[in-house]
Design a protein. Structure first.
Length: 385
């Protein structure tokens, strides 16, 4: 369980859409989860259909064949029985540092969400096992690096290896790992053997990056809220001219209008500013907040596409298997990079504002906010980097 503890009010899923970004966050923080019987029945119905399709003579990637370059090789009956679990063993090759418990729980929840879409055609039992892992807080040890290496195969193999009992679970400290069999037994769970197509399904898509993006979006909005309060207070402290925050400057830009409104609400009016123009780091606050907002909104849209789109391969669509490139996570990666740049820009301007707040020529307060400039250092240490 995360540091926030078990959240009250279990989540009952009646459709895949019930497990959206907000719900993934709540499950990551400890909320219990359960599949409603009608949803489990729909998952089972799709599974029954895929089992019929798998009995047909046509080859199915990763089920009757190898994967990647080995997909040209047809597996015999004996190999097919072992193949889905050996997919985990051959690819769970990562190492620490692991994802945090919060991140790994979010990844489990995102994996469950994509399975509930139906394209992966896994069993209801596998979906219920994912829910059981979350409810008992048995969390996979997933490497925090290697995402983007042929999708998320390495990370997802570690997730899948926990289910089969061949991998590792995070220990209570969230840093060390312990054998999956030990963690499962302590929680009263048994390893789940993977049936046809379930191993390849566990390796497909981008649920880990989706989970990290869900958490990053929340942190970015928290950052924006705090930055608006801190910087808005700084504007009031130095008596900055309020022109750069005028609503008149946000024509055609809803995000900028919202950011400027937040700044004005914190800073308040100042009929007698100290100078005609405040330092640059104060004047660009609205634009920095607006861009962070745009990037966060773009990330939310990419997450929605990843959670609701077709990310399995081969996906079971219209009664047939369709190969896809749903493992490609560039949409999420690009928007996460853009969010990182926006957050860095906000942080850099914040550091510059802090430096200016120690300047008596800007604030009218004692230099470096000390009662004895020169003799005492004051708060100069807070901006040393």
């Amino acid at each position: 369980m995360t540091s926030e503890g078990r959240q009250p009010g279990g989540l009952v899923l009646t459709a895949a859409e019930d497990l959206g970004p907000a719900e993934i966050r709540s499950v990551a923080h400890g909320r219990e989860i359960r599949l409603a019987e009608p949803l489990a029945a729909r998952v089972a119905a799709v599974r029954a259909a895929v089992l019929v399709a798998l009995d047909l003579p046509s080859p199915v990637y990763g089920v009757t064949t190898g994967m990647g370059d080995q997909s040209r090789l047809e597996l015999d009956a004996a190999a097919r029985l072992r193949h889905q679990e050996t997919l985990m063993l051959g690819r769970a090759v990562g190492s620490p540092p692991w994802l945090t418990r919060l991140q790994a729980r979010a990844a489990l929840a995102a994996r469950l969400r994509t399975f509930l879409n139906g394209d992966a055609a896994v069993s209801a039992g596998l979906c219920q096992q994912l829910a059981a892992l979350l409810n008992t807080d048995v969390v996979p040890a997933i490497p925090s690096t290697g995402l983007g290496a042929a999708g998320e195969i390495i990370a997802l193999a570690h997730l899948g290896a926990l289910i089969t009992g061949s991998g590792s679970a995070l220990g209570p400290d969230g840093v060390t790992a312990r054998p999956a069999l030990e963690a499962l037994a302590a929680a009263g769970l048994s390893p789940l053997p993977l049936a046809r197509k379930e191993g390849v399904a566990l390796l497909e898509g981008v649920p880990t990056t989706s989970a990290l993006a869900v958490l990053a979006s929340e942190r970015a909005r928290q950052l924006a809220d705090r930055a608006a309060v801190v910087a808005g207070t700084g504007i009031a402290v130095i008596g900055a001219h309020r022109d750069p925050y005028s609503a008149l400057l946000a024509r055609g830009d809803a995000e900028l209008a919202a950011a400027l409104e937040r700044i004005r609400a914190v800073a308040g009016p100042d009929p007698a500013p100290r100078a005609l123009q405040a330092p640059l780091s104060f004047r660009v606050l609205g634009q920095a907040l607006a861009h962070l907002d745009r990037c966060t909104t773009a990330l939310d849209a990419a997450v929605a596409r990843a959670l609701g789109g077709v990310t399995d391969s081969p996906a079971f669509l219209g009664g047939a298997f369709v190969g896809s490139a749903g493992f490609d996570g560039f949409d999420l990666a690009a928007t996460l990079d853009a969010l990182t740049v926006a957050a860095c820009h906000l942080a850099e301007t914040s550091a510059a504002r802090l430096h200016r707040l120690l300047d008596n020529r800007v604030t009218g307060l004692p230099r470096q906010l000390t009662d004895s400039p020169g003799l005492h250092a004051g708060l100069v240490a807070v901006h040393k980097r």
